[in-house]
Design a protein around this ligand. Structure first.
Ligand SMILES: *[C@@H]1O[C@H](CO)[C@@H](O)[C@H](O)[C@H]1NC(C)=O
Ligand SMILES: *[C@@H]1O[C@H](CO)[C@@H](O)[C@H](O)[C@H]1NC(C)=O
Ligand SMILES: *[C@@H]1O[C@H](CO)[C@@H](O)[C@H](O)[C@H]1NC(C)=O
Ligand SMILES: *[C@@H]1O[C@H](CO)[C@@H](O)[C@H](O)[C@H]1NC(C)=O
Ligand SMILES: *[C@@H]1O[C@H](CO)[C@@H](O)[C@H](O)[C@H]1NC(C)=O
Ligand SMILES: *[C@@H]1O[C@H](CO)[C@@H](O)[C@H](O)[C@H]1NC(C)=O
Ligand SMILES: *[C@@H]1O[C@H](CO)[C@@H](O)[C@H](O)[C@H]1NC(C)=O
Ligand SMILES: *[C@@H]1O[C@H](CO)[C@@H](O)[C@H](O)[C@H]1NC(C)=O
Ligand SMILES: *[C@@H]1O[C@H](CO)[C@@H](O)[C@H](O)[C@H]1NC(C)=O
Ligand SMILES: *[C@@H]1O[C@H](CO)[C@@H](O)[C@H](O)[C@H]1NC(C)=O
Length: 486
């Protein structure tokens, strides 16, 4: 996210409207079949734990057959002993009544099943207004078809919580920050899924506070999970987040798949998915259009992120498509002070965006970016298809250390085709810390509209089969074992 860039952005009418492309559902994607997921309606006020049967109908051979799925990052879709409905807690899905108490009561109730087979909370068809609530472990939040959870328009229903230790303050404002609409801390085994139900943050109020500069505390996310593991978020539509949409931080073994994430193309900082200081994260088959990066990998901010030293690593981002007119398809950084390594980005399709893949960092960030593998990328009308940049001068406070320069080594980009970009790649490293091991292979930038020559500064690496001819800096280091490795 770039706060500076967005402030001056004005959406050019409907010209940015794009067709929502259908998901690509790989045939072997569905390995686990829910045989009998029935929504038992509970008639009385009493809630009974209801057992539902799940069976795995696929063999291990199928799992091996398509290795390019998130299988392995999250176990089988867990069976839950108790299945209850938000209606059992007095919920009213009329689009007006506040269900904050109903959701909080439901969550307190399901907590008791944590040690006893877990619980699933169903949200039936309807429009369910709510303030923030916290999830629990061994739990599934299931949005049935036509179910819409709507974020409360009362900021008090998004109470202020502590800043994240790796940021030292709210990302936008000093001090605490608004909690996310759906929040979890210290959890294990959580599923947020359904038959394409919707969670709508109704973020407009928050974007206006930001636009008119009256925001007091950093905006909340739609979903934030902290210090958690074994998380699956799938088969839903998330809309209109006040701020970054899905924010896993200090998490491991997290899958986000088959999601549609939407926000107006001018909605500030509405990043799609931001894995932050998290490891073993797999994101696939997502369609995202928003006012900021579709996916941004992060790991904390300047001295706070350096001190915490929690990297983001072992991350796969695959079959993601979408558009963001002022930002990037996939961004690495700019907050990366805890380090980012072993990120694989493949089958990315981006159009009408400012950048395709972007690495953003700065002096003061410290940390490192290493072993980023990017392949099979298609872009149309992306202004700068590949961009490395530094120097946004965006620091948490005056205590940042100018000597803390990031270390960037090993970025491989192969099999990329871009149509009608405005510029050739712009690769700007840092003077005292040039970016090394930049490897480009089989790249075609067709129909570059205005500047077809590459702009490179403080980078070195190797290029092979790249059109138009890359900058000389990419023709010097051909011995890098990393390049031949990938
Ligand atoms: C979740 O379920 C597992 C397996 O049954 C159990 O070991 C664990 O204690 C449960 N966690 C919580 C927080 O209830
Ligand atoms: C949710 O958890 C946060 C801490 O993670 C806490 O501050 C807040 O009070 C909790 N909210 C509810 C409704 O329990
Ligand atoms: C889910 O709903 C969104 C928004 O209505 C729609 O664009 C998307 O195609 C739907 N996804 C599936 C798999 O049906
Ligand atoms: C800023 O936006 C908020 C939310 O829409 C609104 O309540 C407030 O009146 C606006 N303030 C100014 C100064 O325009
Ligand atoms: C997602 O939806 C598909 C199609 O309805 C279904 O087969 C699959 O089991 C669901 N996956 C998850 C992880 O919820
Ligand atoms: C890189 O990450 C992938 C995906 O999480 C993992 O399978 C692989 O083992 C990791 N590689 C290294 C060298 O750690
Ligand atoms: C990057 O990959 C190379 C080659 O596999 C490996 O030797 C090196 O340890 C990796 N570095 C990091 C930080 O993952
Ligand atoms: C080069 O990349 C294109 C996609 O951009 C791909 O279709 C083609 O197979 C690649 N060529 C080789 C030799 O890998
Ligand atoms: C690229 O620009 C040319 C010339 O304006 C146009 O014919 C073509 O359709 C454009 N292609 C894409 C993918 O935008
Ligand atoms: C790589 O460098 C070696 C030694 O400098 C040189 O002989 C060789 O031709 C170079 N290979 C390529 C593909 O540029």
């Amino acid at each position: 996210m770039d706060f500076d860039e967005k402030q001056s952005f004005v959406l050019g009418g409907n010209a940015m409207m794009v067709k929502l492309s259908r998901f690509y559902w790989p045939p072997l994607l569905i390995l686990i079949t829910l045989l009998a997921l029935l929504s038992f309606q509970i008639t009385s006020k009493t809630v009974y734990p209801i057992k539902i049967a799940f069976t795995s109908s696929t063999s291990k051979d199928d799992i091996v057959a398509d290795s390019r799925t998130c299988v392995g990052f999250f176990g089988e879709l867990p069976e839950r002993k108790a299945v209850i409905s938000i209606k059992d807690f007095g919920g009213v899905g009329d689009g007006k009544t506040s269900n904050t108490e109903a959701f909080r009561k439901a969550m307190r109730y399901v907590q008791r099943f944590g040690e006893r087979g877990g619980a699933q909370l169903n949200v039936p068809e309807g429009r369910w207004v709510t303030g923030s609530f916290n999830l629990t472990s061994n739990f599934t939040l299931f949005l049935e078809e036509g179910a819409v959870i709507l974020g409360s328009q009362d900021p008090k229903e998004w109470p202020i919580i502590e800043p994240l230790p790796s940021y030292g303050r709210g990302r936008e404002r000093l001090g605490g920050r608004h909690i996310s609409l759906i929040h979890g801390d210290g959890l294990a085994n959580v599923v947020i899924t359904g038959n394409n139900g919707t969670i709508d943050g109704q973020g407009k109020m928050w974007w206006e506070l930001w636009w008119n500069r009256t925001l007091e505390h950093t905006r909340g996310h739609l979903v934030e999970l902290m210090n958690s593991q074994d998380i699956l978020i799938s088969n839903l539509t998330f809309r209109n987040s006040p701020f970054w949409t899905i924010h896993p931080i200090y998490c491991s073994n997290l899958v986000v798949k088959d999601m549609t994430i939407l926000a107006p193309l001018n909605a500030p900082n509405t990043d799609g998915i931001d894995p932050d200081s998290s490891t073993n994260v797999c994101i696939e088959d997502c369609y995202i259009e928003s006012g900021d990066d579709l996916v941004a990998v992060k790991s904390g901010w300047d001295q706070y992120g350096i001190k915490m030293a929690r990297p983001s690593s072992n991350i796969i981002i695959r079959r993601v498509s979408g558009t963001t007119p002022t930002c990037s398809g996939v961004g690495i950084g700019s907050e990366m002070s805890g380090g980012i390594f072993n990120v694989t980005i493949e089958d990315l399709h981006v159009w009408d965006s400012a950048a395709g893949v972007r690495i953003k960092t700065d002096k003061g960030r410290g940390g490192y970016i290493a072993n980023i593998t990017i392949s099979d990328i298609t872009m149309e009308r992306v202004k700068i298809p590949i961009r490395f940049s530094s120097g946004s001068n965006d620091h948490p406070d005056e205590r940042w250390d100018p000597k803390a320069v990031p270390f960037v080594k090993g970025v491989s980009i192969t099999n990329l085709v871009s149509f009608n970009s405005t510029k050739a790649p712009v690769l700007e490293g840092i003077e005292d810390a040039p970016f090394g091991g930049i490897c480009m292979k089989n790249i075609s930038l067709l129909g570059v509209v205005s500047s077809p020559s590459w702009r490179c500064e403080f980078v070195s690496g190797f290029a092979n089969d790249v059109f138009p001819t890359p900058c000389p800096q990419l023709q010097i280091d051909n011995s890098s074992s990393w390049c031949s490795y990938s």
